[in-house]
Design a binder for this molecule. Structure first.
Ligand code: CMX
Length: 441
């Protein structure tokens, strides 16, 4: 069975040749224009970044190397251990393989990757010490980036660069780092979880896959929760290149900062409330309704949710979990989580609230008239599923997102270096320039 490193090594020369040919044949063609609105408005829709691993369609949602989420659920290897269900969710390792190589792996190939990641998972000694020294009231995402930055002492790429490695070999060292970062993130994440909310003890079970072992490290021992974790970690991996965490990783990586530092930067972007922190905000918002309705002696139903939504909007705040910069329909990552809930927890009280929110929110946001997309995104559903299994520490939820996003953003980072992509450095312009330029037209 070929390892992932061998498969990638065999793909690189052809990919490099293909990119050169693409540049040679079409290098001077125009992909689009940039309006003043786009320049001022966060570059929405500007096509100026190469991204291999996934593509986001405004209507259809995400495709990982051309495969939709339901496609992945059909074709990717699942967990078939003694406690695994028949039609289980894909293994995170199988999606990692797909994103890196663009090939659907066999179960044997995935097993080699699982074993490799388990072997690489041990943290440098000082990392746990640093994590243990952090104040418990420091936000888990802040702790997460500190932990990953601290692990950077193990970077093979940084060491090779200092030793004068040639550019043609960068991707080999970067791959080492990427596999190590993906392998080490669960233990960094679990140490934070166990430190902040429990006794600080992290137990492992490396007879399981990546997600199952991560659940044990967090302290959960329920095959159904393992399945949720597999689904959760798969669907949060990648969402094309322009989202803030992926884009930041790519940008920072383009300076030849190593994968640890590049992804730690991406995590800081993920920690923003308009991005990954929205999953914690959703739970906070739902608790807000619960508290208010309990205080007023009212039921939580379509009418009271509508009332609470208008209170939020009139206070000039966003409804977390709704809207998207690219999507214009319900996020398929929301839909597959809804299907998971219908299968595993149809009578869950919180799920019912989320469903009622789903029924009324698009209409309210449409009436409000601001957001271009009144439908739910991934963050709108994930917390409710976790809560069902007793994972109620919602300030921590974005860390789980961060464990997953590494797999997409770092798969792309491998190809960034293998294809020799340059330093990213777009041109900025001053308001005076825009004014003068436009007045001359
Ligand atoms: N509630 C209220 N207003 C919203 C809104 C929402 N959920 N979504 C967008 N709007 C508002 C915007 O704030 C903006 O208002 P202003 O003109 O006053 O600035 C207006 O509608 C137009 O925004 P847009 O073009 O539709 O959306 P953007 O591309 O600018 O932003 C996003 C996208 C996700 C940041 C935005 O929809 C939002 O803030 N949603 C809530 C936070 C959230 O769920 N984020 C998670 C996204 C998924 C992820 O990255 O994890």
């Amino acid at each position: 069975v070929q390892t992932i490193s061998e498969v990638l090594a065999s793909q690189v020369p052809q990919k490099q040749a293909d990119l050169l040919a693409l540049k040679k044949e079409h290098g001077s063609k125009v992909l689009g224009e940039v309006t003043v609105d786009q320049c001022i408005g966060g570059a929405r829709g500007v096509k100026c970044m190469l991204w291999e691993t996934s593509n986001l369609d405004a209507e259809e949602g995400i495709r990982f190397r051309g495969l939709t989420i339901p496609d992945c659920q059909q074709v990717l290897p699942t967990f078939k251990g003694p406690s695994g269900p028949e039609n289980g969710e894909p293994l995170l390792e199988s999606l990692f393989w797909l994103l890196l190589t663009s090939e659907v792996p066999t179960k044997e190939q995935v097993d080699t990757l699982t074993a490799d990641l388990h072997k690489r998972a041990e943290l440098p000694g000082h990392v746990v010490g640093i994590l243990n020294s952090l104040p418990k009231d420091m936000h888990p995402m802040t702790q997460f980036t500190i932990g990953l930055n601290a692990a950077q002492t193990g970077s093979a790429f940084a060491a090779a660069y200092q030793a004068g490695a040639p550019k043609s070999s960068y991707h080999d060292y970067v791959l080492e780092d990427i596999l190590n970062v993906v392998a080490q993130l669960p233990e960094i994440a679990a140490t934070i979880y166990r430190n902040v909310y429990f006794d600080g003890v992290v137990e492992k079970d490396t007879s399981l896959d990546y997600s199952g072992n991560f659940c044990r490290m967090l302290g959960y021992n329920d095959p159904s929760f393992d399945e949720l974790m597999r689904l959760y970690l798969c669907i949060h991996t990648d969402h094309e290149g322009g989202n803030a965490s992926a884009h930041t990783t790519h940008l920072v990586g383009s300076t030849l900062s190593d994968p640890y530092l590049s992804y730690a930067a991406g995590l800081n972007a993920l920690a923003g409330p308009l991005h990954g922190l929205a999953n914690q905000e959703v739970l906070g918002w739902i608790q807000g309704i619960q508290k208010k309705m309990a205080a007023e002696g009212k039921e939580i139903n379509a009418e009271t949710i509508t009332e609470f939504t208008w209170d939020t909007l009139n206070a000039k705040k966003v409804i977390p979990g709704y809207g998207h910069a690219v999507l214009r329909k319900t996020d398929p990552r929301y839909t597959c989580q809804r299907e998971f809930a219908l299968k595993h927890m149809p009578d869950d009280e919180l799920f019912k609230i989320v469903n009622t929110i789903y029924e009324v929110m698009p209409g309210i946001l449409t009436e409000h008239g601001k957001t271009k997309n009144p439908y739910p995104n991934v963050d709108s559903h994930s917390g409710v599923l976790l809560w069902h299994y007793g994972f109620t520490q919602f300030q921590y939820y974005t860390v789980l997102f961060g464990v997953s996003r590494a797999v997409g953003a770092l798969s792309q980072l491998y190809w960034d270096r293998a294809l020799g992509l340059p330093l990213e450095r777009p041109k900025s312009v001053t308001p005076e320039f825009i004014k003068n330029f436009c007045e001359k037209q």
